[in-house]
Design a protein around this ligand. Structure first.
Ligand code: GLN
Length: 284
């Protein structure tokens, strides 16, 4: 039994790498079919128990190959397993919501550092919250916060509600456009990962063919929608409030220029590959 399992895992890896995909995706997919973690794949007892529980190795193999075929057809891994890892969280994701990206973890880091320097309860608004990755990372890692997640896309809100229910019910969800959100309200921190890809830009097939365009494209220069998020952030923040916005690697200068009038201490931050990825500033 054990040998068969190892053989088809190896076969899956070979097929993925021949098609130009990371081999490790085979481990994620097989673990998903077995209902165990990727670590447990290396534990023969856990594997045997999972196979016994399912009771039919042929069925396991069939489901594994079906998922491999879908992966090779460029469906994002996280849509196939239904799970995306972000900082300490496991988020539920699927078609209709952007898969959280590792680069956004660094934005969370910068925001947490700012929150640490504040006393008492801290009010945070996440504009364009998507699956809730940023919102929930901050709500769980900085329990002194009250986080409001604003999202207008009903398909994204479906996943946002799920994740809030699973991870932190203290988060408040507002289903509306950022321009209409929270009129008359002032908060301490605003975070945003708006759609910022310039409309014509070619994206990897996984992204372009499967992830929601509404979460990706920011207008002809990619700045049109981020600009609206900046207006909303300036309206929502108290004087001394902190803003962090993710952006395209081509946009650090335009973002800084947009912020200049109403923000001070404007600072650009790079992602793990050294590209300008997000900007922070303090409301005047
Ligand atoms: N960084 C994302 C990508 O990989 C884009 C996310 C966004 O537009 N907010 O395509």
């Amino acid at each position: 039994m054990e040998l068969t399992f190892k053989e088809f895992l190896r076969g899956g890896k070979e097929q993925l790498s021949a098609a130009g995909f990371p081999e490790v995706d085979a481990e994620h997919l097989l673990a998903h079919v077995l209902g165990i973690s990727r670590m447990e794949l290396h534990n023969p007892l856990a594997v045997e128990n999972a196979i016994t529980a399912i009771g039919d190795i042929t069925l396991i193999e069939e489901n594994f190959w079906k998922l491999l075929d879908r992966r090779i057809a460029h469906e994002p891994l996280q849509y196939l397993t239904g799970i995306a890892y972000f900082r300490y969280l496991e988020l539920e994701v699927g078609p209709g919501v952007l898969v959280p990206r590792p680069e956004s973890e660094l934005l969370v880091e910068a925001v947490l550092k700012n929150i640490e320097g504040r006393t008492g309860a801290v009010s945070v608004v996440d504009l364009g919250a998507g699956s809730g990755a940023l919102t929930l990372a901050i709500a769980t890692e900085a329990p002194q916060t009250h986080v409001i997640a604003v999202e207008k896309d009903p398909e994204a809100v479906f996943w946002l509600r799920k994740n809030v229910a699973l991870i932190s019910e203290d988060v408040r969800i507002l289903e509306c456009d950022v321009a209409d959100a929270l009129e008359g309200v002032k908060c301490d921190v605003v975070i945003a990962n708006p759609p910022y890809v310039p409309d014509g830009q070619e994206l990897p097939r996984d992204v372009a063919e499967h992830e929601p365009a509404v979460a990706l494209y920011g207008g002809s220069t990619g700045m049109e929608i981020p600009q609206r998020f900046i207006v909303a952030a300036a309206r929502l923040l108290k004087s001394g409030g902190f803003f962090a916005i993710e952006h395209h690697e081509s946009q650090p200068v335009s973002i800084a220029a947009s912020l200049a009038e109403e923000f001070i201490d404007i600072e650009n931050h790079k992602d793990l590959l050294g590209r300008p990825r997000f900007t922070t500033g303090t409301r005047r």
